[in-house]
Design a protein around this ligand. Structure first.
Ligand SMILES: C[S@@+](CC[C@H](N)C(=O)[O-])C[C@H]1O[C@@H](n2cnc3c(N)ncnc32)[C@H](O)[C@@H]1O
Length: 280
């Protein structure tokens, strides 16, 4: 690494010595917005589990399938929690290819992810980025972009893809997601992937240990805890499965669950659900 690495794209204040999952994930997906410290962690993870990059790609493919599923159901507005550094097949690209007026709000707390989302969306009147910690739903739901771009009286596609496992138990993760759920109109949909140790692929304790050297520690959760995050939503077929196997158009499993480290599911907010638009 040269001292100037990233000088033209790393926002001021970013601690270059502390890796972030946004930049590690960017590297695993073949992106260019990562630093030496991030790449070192990505390589360590790959040494422990060579499937890591494949798990990342499968997760990203799930995201695109989930957005298309929501579009097919008529959803035209999306709230993407823990959206990451823009890469191919971003939510607004998938959505606006179907309907140029589809609206998307991205949320991330990582400065590189936010800066690059903002750059990418500079000329896009229907999409914006909020820098916020998703464990503070009020900050997200009351943010300018959510207020101006999303109509919470109409169905929203809520995405929490590969982010829940960065939220520590003390954040009360079920409460966090229940707060978002309660702000969603009936007919809204919720797509989530979540790291688990239920399958062998990422269960190696060295994975969590390696992530402790980053600013994003991981908290894999068992099936019952992940399923509980869908309370108030009705899971569509194939139910809670793994990211490589979630495909309503092809219900036969394509990937052995033990090779898949992430649970994945998509739920529909009950038609008769009560909901509260956040206080404004
Ligand atoms: C593995 S990436 C997933 C990106 C994208 N959702 C996807 O699946 O392709 C996880 C992202 O969640 C963000 N993140 C983690 N914890 C967060 C929090 N508490 N609030 C906001 N963003 C968070 C990270 O900065 C990172 O960009």
């Amino acid at each position: 690494m040269t001292e100037a690495e990233g000088a033209d794209w790393v926002p001021a204040g970013v601690d270059r010595a502390t890796p972030s999952v946004a930049r590690i994930y960017d590297y695993l997906l073949g992106g260019a917005h990562n630093l030496a410290a991030d790449r070192a962690v990505a390589r360590r993870l790959t040494d422990i589990q060579p499937e890591v990059a494949l798990v990342a790609r499968r997760n990203r493919a799930f995201l695109r399938r989930a957005v298309r599923f929501m579009l097919d159901a008529g959803i035209r507005q999306f709230l993407d929690l823990g959206s990451g550094i823009p890469t191919t097949g971003n939510v607004h690209e998938v959505a606006q290819a179907v309907d140029p007026a589809a609206r998307v709000v991205y949320v991330d707390y990582e400065s590189v992810a936010v800066a690059h989302s903002r750059l990418l969306l500079a000329d896009n009147p229907h999409a914006a980025t909020v820098q916020a910690d998703i464990t503070r739903p009020a900050d997200v739901l009351n943010s300018g972009p959510v207020r101006t771009l999303l109509d919470l009286t109409q169905p929203v596609g809520l995405l929490a893809v590969a982010v829940g496992h960065y939220l520590p138990p003390e954040a009360d993760v079920p409460r966090v997601f229940a707060t978002y759920r309660d702000a969603l109109a009936p007919g809204s949909q919720f797509a989530l992937t979540h790291l688990t140790n239920d399958f062998a692929v990422l269960a190696d304790p060295r994975v969590a240990e390696t992530m402790r050297s980053t600013q994003d520690h991981i908290f894999p959760r068992p099936r019952a805890e992940v399923l509980a995050l869908f309370q108030g939503f009705e899971l569509v077929e194939p139910g809670l499965t793994t990211s490589g196997n979630w495909n309503p158009e092809r219900l036969t499993a394509a990937v052995l669950p033990q090779d898949d480290g992430l649970y994945a599911g998509l739920g529909v907010r009950h038609r008769d659900a009560r909901f509260e638009t956040p206080a404004r």
